[in-house]
Write a protein that binds this ligand. Structure first.
Ligand code: HAM
Length: 421
């Protein structure tokens, strides 16, 4: 071990486990790529104001968890704590919304940073795959995103997740509800911190996990009862489309998200095997965000799924993904001449698209075969001086253990055929 360790709240992805992370990212992205979402990549840091305005000055993410810093040039930047504000910023900056075909549908995959108290499932550096559909108000679009996330989780074999669904209303009905909730909360016996929250973000108080708070919240006004007709109708349509698609969800009138930009549809994917950090993904509609960051009115909806927690969910359900071995053919040369011949064969195999690896470091047969085994290769090609003198190599099928001599010239053709079977 070196003197250094990964910073607190972070961890490294190393083989062989890292292969699962890649596969999870692919599995989440696949339904998106298949549904008209184009790939977007934005910088790992942004102007800090983007998140302050977008995610919200009253959120924990902005007030407590942001890695904000000033550069030597005097710019105020922050490592991105989430993807939505950045992706919308990029879409506006690139004028994607002006190309005339709304919604602009984008997907992304990357690292995010939040200075949180680390625990299992909660890290300071984590990974999300996300999707944003920008510039359309259509309940079918909200439903599409939920259906695609459901499809992604199911394609990984996950079963023990639930979809929680709520509507947070819009700029017409939410302020009325907010005032009613504030009135109610002010009558309760709450600590000073929570009282302050009543002023800045009263909906978050509903999310308080403490029993003594939850007890007092019985009888609190519910947003559901304050939704305006347009929001109610919109929400009913989202629900109906999900039901028609056979996607089961639970209405959760108390679902509040940790970011301020949401309007109307909000949802969370929770996994029952994960303990306190049970949200594997979340999202919703954010019709006002574009204007909040200086853009035109662009009603939008999206989600982000946590890759780290999705991997934990797989573990919790005892699922091991059926990943193809990274290497199909492993070459074991015995002697200098064999090194030259087999290295050329490996290069040729790779150029033919076959995953091949080579025993480096001049190992003896025993050590090299150990490497071959560990590589997961289906075939090993062994050659020594005597083989080469006869113009052959020994081809070993690592599954059956059978071995046969093969003409050097035929190695690539034969392996191509066998591996295609
Ligand atoms: P979020 O709910 O803050 O939403 O994060 C989405 C997911 O990222 C969470 O459900 C969780 O799986 C994962 N996640 C968040 N924080 C951590 C952490 N500290 N450690 C490990 N995993 C974490 C958003 O970020 C929104 N941008 C989603 C969205 C997109 N809404 C609309 N469009």
């Amino acid at each position: 071990m070196s003197t250094f360790k990964a910073p607190k709240g972070t961890y490294d992805l190393l083989p062989p486990d890292s292969a699962t992370y890649l596969a999870v990212r692919d599995a989440i992205a696949a339904p998106l790529r298949n549904s008209g979402y184009g790939y977007v990549e934005t910088p790992g840091f942004e102007n800090v104001e983007l998140f302050a305005r977008g995610v919200g000055e009253s959120t924990d993410i902005v007030t407590k968890e942001m890695y904000a810093f000033e550069t030597k040039g005097g710019d105020r930047l922050a490592l991105r704590p989430e993807g939505t504000a950045s992706v919308l910023r990029a879409a506006l900056e690139g004028s994607l919304h002006k190309a005339g075909n709304l919604p602009v549908k984008l997907w992304y995959s990357g690292s995010y940073y939040r200075y949180e108290r680390p625990q299992k499932g909660r890290y300071r550096h984590f990974s999300q795959v996300g999707a944003e559909a920008i510039g359309a108000e259509d309940p079918a679009l909200d439903a599409e995103l939920i259906i695609l996330a459901d499809q992604a989780y199911r394609s990984l074999g996950l079963k023990e997740f639930r979809i929680l669904l709520n509507s947070l209303g819009d700029k017409e009905c939410r302020p009325v509800y907010r005032a009613a909730l504030q009135d109610f909360l002010r009558g309760l016996d709450l600590d000073e911190d929570t009282r302050r929250r009543i002023d800045i973000n009263p909906l978050r108080v509903l999310d308080d996990k403490r029993a003594e708070v939850q007890k007092q919240l019985v009888g609190a006004p519910m947003l559901r009862d304050y939704l305006c007709d347009a929001c109610k109708e919109y929400h009913e349509q989202v629900r109906a489309i999900l039901t028609a698609a056979g996607v089961a969800y639970e209405d959760d009138p108390k679902l509040v998200r940790g970011l301020d930009y949401y309007t109307r549809t909000t949802f969370e994917f929770v996994h029952d095997g994960l303990g306190s950090q049970s949200a594997v993904g979340g999202g919703g509609r954010y019709d006002g965000l574009s204007e909040m960051i200086g853009g035109p009115a662009l009603p939008s909806v999206g989600w982000a799924l946590g890759v780290d927690r999705t991997v934990l969910a797989l573990e919790a359900e005892g699922i091991t993904l059926d990943l193809p071995a990274a290497t199909s053919v492993f070459a074991v040369p015995l002697g200098e001449e064999a090194r030259r011949v087999l290295f050329a064969k490996v290069t040729e195999l790779r150029r033919a698209g076959i995953a091949a690896d080579f025993s480096y470091g001049g190992k003896g047969l025993k050590g090299a075969m150990k490497n071959a085994n560990r590589s997961g290769a289906r075939y090993t090609v062994v050659a020594g001086e005597r083989d080469l003198a006869e113009g052959v190599v020994q081809l070993k099928d690592m599954e059956s253990g059978e071995q046969e001599a093969l003409a050097v010239d035929e190695v690539v053709t034969v392996l191509k055929g066998r591996l295609a079977e």
